[in-house]
Write a protein that binds this ligand. Structure first.
Ligand code: AMP
Ligand code: MN
Ligand code: MN
Ligand code: MN
Length: 284
């Protein structure tokens, strides 16, 4: 059930360029229908969908903000960093993406090999196939596990096999958080720490992360995410105030069947938090 109101801004979603179910053009059409006026496409470690989304947005009279969700590491913790308003031809960012994509390819083979030992037939080849030329993610493997009846549902696929510490898990180095922030800035963009409540961190580690993020030039926290609970929004807003960060809002839309992260269904950013989109140029 979705109770969040409609937001005119949605700065986090995924297309078939990574682990989303819809093409970039389909997402733009769906977002426009949902009342979104400013949309950022933020696929995992790729800009491949941005061109198609931008063309569709122009035709629909909607503002498309070029974006990306980078897989990064801070200390030993894997985190997600959203870059918004980036120049999609910026050399340092493109080099960083090439490295992340190399790591994804390597990890795909390793995850596939583990799952094949669990009896999942042709796991590697089928995950690559399911990604249709886009970045291969654990989402693609989760789909296979459900399809083959190895796991009852998508969440169980992560809980039982694909999540950290589970038998189908393969870690990756990704890239240091500070490097990724620098690439986004060099590309003219703003750096947003994605879904801060989703990381399993103790409170003192979380505080150190926020300080490190701010000290490295991080711009904003995703305060309102698809499916955020009120106490999660309060905690993120409180952190944004204490660390002097702006706020972002993003559904993290992947698939129309996930009603809790529907396009444009987001709680409003608290009034005293500076919206990160005010910092971005206007796109048309
Ligand atoms: P990857 O970047 O390949 O490690 O895949 C991460 C993606 O898997 C995330 O962006 C989510 O879309 C999805 N994911 C991770 N954990 C879960 C979970 N517990 N339930 C559902 N989807 C998840
Ligand atoms: Mn994803
Ligand atoms: Mn994420
Ligand atoms: Mn995401």
């Amino acid at each position: 059930m979705t109770t969040a109101p409609v937001s005119r801004v949605d700065l986090h979603c995924h297309s078939t360029a990574s682990d989303g179910a819809l093409t970039p053009a389909e997402i733009v059409a769906r977002a426009a229908e949902a009342g979104v006026e400013q949309l950022a496409l933020t696929d995992h470690d790729t800009l491949a969908g941005v061109g198609e989304a931008a063309a569709a947005a122009r035709a629909a009279g909607m503002a498309l903000i070029p974006g990306v969700e980078l897989s990064v590491r801070w200390q030993q913790h894997p985190l997600h960093l959203v870059g918004l308003g980036i120049d999609v031809a910026a050399p340092a960012l493109l080099a960083g993406l090439a490295e992340l994509q190399r790591q994804r390819r390597e990890r795909t083979l390793a995850i596939g090999a583990k799952l094949e030992r669990f009896g999942v037939r042709d796991a590697t080849a089928r995950a690559i196939d399911a990604a249709r030329g886009g970045q291969v993610t654990r989402t693609h493997f989760a789909t296979l596990l459900v399809e083959d009846g190895v796991c009852r549902d998508f969440n169980r696929a992560f809980k039982q096999l694909l999540g950290a510490g589970r038998p189908g898990y393969v870690g990756a180095d990704w890239v240091p958080l500070t490097d990724a922030i620098n690439w986004i800035h060099a590309a003219g963009g703003v750096a947003v720490l994605a879904h801060p409540h989703q990381y399993r961190l103790g409170s003192s580690t979380r505080e150190r992360l926020l300080a490190a993020f701010r000290d490295a030039g991080g711009d904003a926290l995703e305060v309102c995410c698809g499916g955020s609970r009120p106490h999660e929004i309060d905690a993120a807003a409180d952190a944004a105030r204490r660390f002097g960060l702006r706020g972002s809002v993003g559904s993290d839309f992947h698939n129309p069947s996930q009603s809790w992260r529907a396009l444009g269904r987001l709680a409003p950013l608290p009034h005293d938090i500076a919206p990160v989109w005010a910092q971005l140029p206007l796109y048309a």
